[in-house]
Design a protein around this ligand. Sequence first.
Ligand code: GLU
Length: 487
Amino acid sequence: MAATVRTRYAPSPTGYIHIGNLRSALYEYLIARVHQGKFVLRIEDTDQERLVEGAVEVIYRTLALCGMHHDEGPDVGGPYAPYVQSERLHTYRPYAELLVKKGHAYYCFCTKERLDGLRAESDTKNLAFQYDRHCLSLSQGEIDSRLTAGDPHVIRQKMPKEGTTTFHDSVYGDITVENAGLEDQILLKSDSFPTYNFANVVDDHLMDITHVVRGSEYLSSAPKYNLLYEAFGWEVPTYVHLPLIVKPDGSKISKRKGDATFEDLLRDGFLVGAVLNCIALLGWSPDTNQEIFSLSDLEKIFSIDRISKSPSAFDMAKLRWFNAEYIRALSPEAFHQMALPWLKGAVKPGLPLEPISRILQPRIEVLSDIPGKIGFLSQLEDYSLDIYVHKKMKTTLENSLVNLSAALPVLESLTEWTVQCIHDSLMALVTDCGIKNGQILWPIRTALSGWEVTPGGAMEIADILGKNESLRRIRIGIDRLSAAIGQ
Ligand code: GLU
């Protein structure tokens, strides 16, 4: 085994990256960085039926966005190139044939019809399907003549049928399985493409991968991989299987059921750093209470021995919490740049965007919250007058009318319309009238927005709306209150 730690992210180009897959990439990246090792990107595209156009670009883009730069890979090259399995096809057959020679694999000429028949038979008996090893008993002569005739065939791994196989996983410990339960899996398909199960072992060996990090759904296949390493006489890499990621109710995450992929999350206004931070803690925990980690923090402290085996819940509420923390930590300028695309579609032309960003930054969790928070700025909708009545603010319909009517001329007389000037004039009014701040600010905010909850207070909203629109809305409030009280 190479002295340097070498990990690999080996995605199949499906066109999207789900949370579990991104976590594998992140842990692989971190294990490499923590050990000053190499992080390799290998594209596993041997399942040609599942190929999706542009899918490899999604992988490059995701790694780059996350700052998980790979040291070797199809786009950056490296000493173990090529890094795309479909470009390595010549590699696999000789290894499969070597196993046949060593007695650990065999040619199988069974037709699809025969296999379908066997499968149907197992189904009716309610048994799990296992290939019946029909071709294991073919004579050498028959095998040779069928190969010479070019008969379609696959190469299957020949599993020991007795005893047990044990392998060690860094997270799950020693795992032992009965060999009788292991199927003679296909290594090389009839089109000469390797199966994932074979290619990953061959490539991990040839690329000197020291740590194989992947989801625990691969645990049950690991004994078969182990037997392959043993059959070749190759050193087994360190296995790091990661706990299942589930939803808070324990159910499985699935794109088909509408659960978000990484790209979906970004599109919905989550920040890359927040998503990575949240994902880092799905199955790994630090030995402190710290929760906020940048990628470079993690590069220093990540450790395999703190990966847990129990399933981790991916909770959107928690992700929103992380995202809010990341939004608060941005500089106002950086937040404004991120908010801009969301503001542009949600705000009537003419309103100043920067002050809107300023009131939003402390009050949203996700960028996609933006449109829903500021609709009142573009349009004052009909609202219920009940909002004027607020026990804690000590406001009623009557004193709201009195105070709005007092504020109107004060605001009308302002020659400069800034938060500071609006503030100073209203505070002077509070003192003059001997009322509480809330008794003036609450009715003004209500008249300006028509909403019970808004980002920003009365003065910030007035500043954004501008003098004319603010006064217009306050007059509407006064008219409606007097009409209601007069009735
Ligand atoms: N190509 C496999 C996948 O995308 C890789 C699994 C592994 O890391 O070995 O799930």
